[in-house]
Design a protein around this ligand. Sequence first.
Ligand code: FES
Length: 496
Amino acid sequence: MPRLMNLSRAARLVGVTRVALQKKIKEGLLPSFEGMVTEEGLLQVYPDIQFEDNTFFARIGRTKVMDKGVRAFERLPGKEVLFARLTSLGKELSETQAELMRYRAMAEGLEEQLTTWRDAGEEVQAAAASLKTWLQQALQIGDYRAGFHNLAIRDSFLRVMAAHVQLQPSGHEFFVEGADTLLEAALRAGHALNYGCSNGKCGQCKARVVSGELLKVRSHEYVLSENEKSSGYALMCSNTAVSDVVIEAGEAAVVTDIPLQQVTAHVKSIDPLGGEMLLLHLRTSHDQRLRFLAGQKVVLRLGHSLSAELPVAGCPCDDRNLPFHIHVTPGNPFSDYVASNLKVGDGVTVEGPQGGFVLRNDFPRSLIFIAFGTGFAAVKGLMEQAMALDSAESIHLYWVVSHESDLYFSNWPRAMADALDNFRYTPLVAGTHLETAAGRQEKLLGGLLQRIGDECPALSDFDVYVAGPEPLTDGARKWLLEHGLPAAQLMVGAGL
Ligand code: FES
């Protein structure tokens, strides 16, 4: 019987993205059975798999393009996790070997039984002889073709490096790598698992393990009741996965599922971006993460008197990092203070999150993001989450600005377009100040947006996210709806 595997594992096995496999399925090249694929099917589409293939290892140590194009390598599991995973794999291997020996003994017994049918009629003897020959051949051949062999080796290797997790009831999937807890791995993969303190104190990340094995990697103060323990409950912020696991866990589905919080973060760096923009990089402490959805805003407070409401220019998948794009406007006390007085290590109070400009749940379509000026900050968070989820067939970013110099962080989308096959970036420059182009704004905007219409004529195939100053997002909304985008597929972040 062919072995079925989920798309996430299959994609890792052959070193491509899930989206690439979905495309093959859509094109009819790769058969799928209720969302699963077989080794046979994979080998037909990717026949040249070699275990030693460098692209495979490159994929395992997959590089992640971070802010400013810095590349960071994914983590290896620690000694304890490695030992537990090898033990689990060894157990599975010995069970498989025992099963194989039982089958072999059965086949040999059957062969012996067939030789005792000497006194049967000629017809039965001929059938027995042919069955015996078939059995001998089947026992010798097995499935030792090179492709299957390489897949099996890769699969074992991957299972030591990372465990696969499926969440119920959503069906979301992700891998746990390095010394990550289940909570950290879920957030990295773009999933909004329920949690509170992230530090073993509150019990809000409690979830039920349906199958598979966990290992405690962080201590916790919260005490699970005997009843909870015997029902399979565990804390996601304290445990990692040793084997592939299925977990019944709550996830935030809408913005109201995320509570308002107040945390203190510290300045990690302040760097100039292009033009009058600064990148303020805050980092929360281990026991004070900020729970938010990509695209949402927070209020930053500096001391008692200075504050600003800004979108987080990143995604919860980027660990405890909170990047903000600050427009330095002379005479604005907040941006003046950030530019001249704020130092690395200073504390900043972060309150939030707020706002409903977030990714739709389980988006099935390709995505278009239209960022007007600094609306890029919120859009960047959404794109990072979409990339972490690896569900969009393609992501197109159109960054619409008045002047070339307003593309203050264009090395980031360029790096993304270089690194990812399914990411496209198009800057659209008006050549005049768009927000003050009274009387001409609609015409100017229409001319710029027509580029999107030319490149994506069937707008109804896309989900479109628009962010930026209100007059411009309003103009874009009107244009997009007039050009065939269904209203339900348009998300607008006005005033971002
Ligand atoms: S998030 Fe508080 S105990 Fe896990």
